[in-house]
Design a binder for this molecule. Structure first.
Ligand code: SAM
Ligand code: DTB
Ligand code: SF4
Length: 331
């Protein structure tokens, strides 16, 4: 990881600079993104991550994009917290499929105390023992819970800002932007790496995309992992009828994130099923270096693993190789 004094790793990006980068002629934008990508990452490698929803649905929050919110009537299979064994079995399968990161998501407003949290800690330990990076996204948490997750070996905690502070209130009313920032601070203080990004295609304007990128890239340190999601329009949610997003917006978003946060993992996250192979390739050329693998994200479908492998083969790219269990646990 490069030192923060490095002139490319900056935390003082202005909105005007971000606007300027985002709107560069595409060849120049991709060139700049590629140049930095190659300096900080292996250009032919993509990290494979697998998501598992460990607790699904009935969430008290009202995030307008989310099929798991109890505020909307959607057709998802809901279930209580999974067993530790079943979760570890999924992680083992993810590892056998070539993933190096296993992400566990729960539809909670905040992390519960007691037996359920103990189970999550056991899941984290079990995933780390397999030699995989372990990421959790469980909603808000306390400092003690963040520390307990760190002690269990959690690699990263995902908590997205989702959009700009200005547009946020149009999407979520049950918790504030500031609460999200506070949660991220607790994660960071516990020594867990931060996974934080957002969604495009929710009806936000370009300015909101710049503002999200500004919020992310002025954090110190930058989030180590930046998921860029393309809205998956789910029937029953308030955003189900949103119009389709121009793919080039996603490409520009990814390239700008790569330039603003050169050392971070930029993850082409939800929404790949609606992208052509060529559009996904542009995203990879723009600096995305991670995808979710497997037929399901949390509740919505994702491209077929064989198809993804064929695409990587065609591009002469490969999945990030697995470390040995010992290396991973020590890292
Ligand atoms: N409840 C936890 C939370 O909100 O932090 C964790 C799970 S939540 C599903 C994780 C992230 O998934 C959200 O912050 C959002 O960015 C993304 N997400 C959820 N539904 C989505 C959708 N329909 N399309 C794209 N991204 C989505
Ligand atoms: C993130 O930014 N995207 C992932 C992960 N973090 C947890 C979740 C995407 C969820 C897409 C909708 C669903 O499958 O329910
Ligand atoms: Fe709940 Fe997370 Fe979905 Fe919001 S995004 S409704 S907090 S599961």
């Amino acid at each position: 990881m490069a030192a923060t004094s490095n002139k490319e790793i900056r935390h003082d990006w202005t909105l005007a600079e971000i606007d300027g980068i985002f709107n560069l002629p595409l060849p120049e934008l991709i060139y700049q993104a590629q140049t930095l990508h190659r300096k900080y990452h292996k250009p032919d490698e993509v990290q494979g991550c697998v998501l598992l929803s460990i607790k699904t649905g009935h969430c008290p929050e009202d995030c307008a994009y989310c099929p798991q919110s109890a505020h909307y009537k959607t057709e998802i299979e809901t279930y209580k917290l999974l067993d530790v064994e079943a979760t570890i079995a999924s992680a083992r399968k993810a590892k056998d499929g070539g993933a190096t990161r296993f992400c566990m998501g729960a539809a909670w407003r905040s992390v519960p105390k007691g037996a359920e949290f103990d189970k999550v800690l056991q899941m984290v330990k079990g995933v780390r023992e397999l030699g995989l990076e372990a990421c959790c996204t469980l909603g808000m948490l306390t400092e003690d819970q963040a520390q307990a997750l760190a002690d269990a070996g959690l690699t990263a905690y995902n908590h997205n800002l989702d959009t700009s502070p200005e547009f946020y209130g149009d999407i979520i009313t049950t918790r504030t932007y500031q609460e999200r920032l506070d949660t991220l601070q607790k994660v960071r203080s516990a020594g867990i790496s931060v996974c934080c990004g957002g969604i495009i295609g929710m009806g936000e304007e370009r300015k909101d995309r710049y503002r999200l990128l500004e919020q992310l890239s002025t954090q110190q340190p930058h989030p180590e992992s930046v998921p860029i999601n393309l809205l998956v329009r789910v029937e029953g949610t308030p955003l189900s009828k949103q119009q389709e997003t121009d793919t080039f917006e996603l490409v520009r978003m990814i390239a700008t994130a790569r330039i603003l946060m050169p050392a971070s993992m930029v993850r082409l996250s939800a929404g790949r099923l609606s992208l052509s192979d060529e559009a996904q390739t542009l995203c990879l050329l723009a600096g995305a270096n991670s995808i979710f693998m497997g037929e399901k994200l949390l509740t919505t479908p994702n491209p077929d693993v064989n198809h993804d492998q064929q695409l990587l083969d065609k591009l002469g790219m490969k999945l990030k190789p697995q470390e040995t269990a010992v290396e991973a646990v020590l890292s």
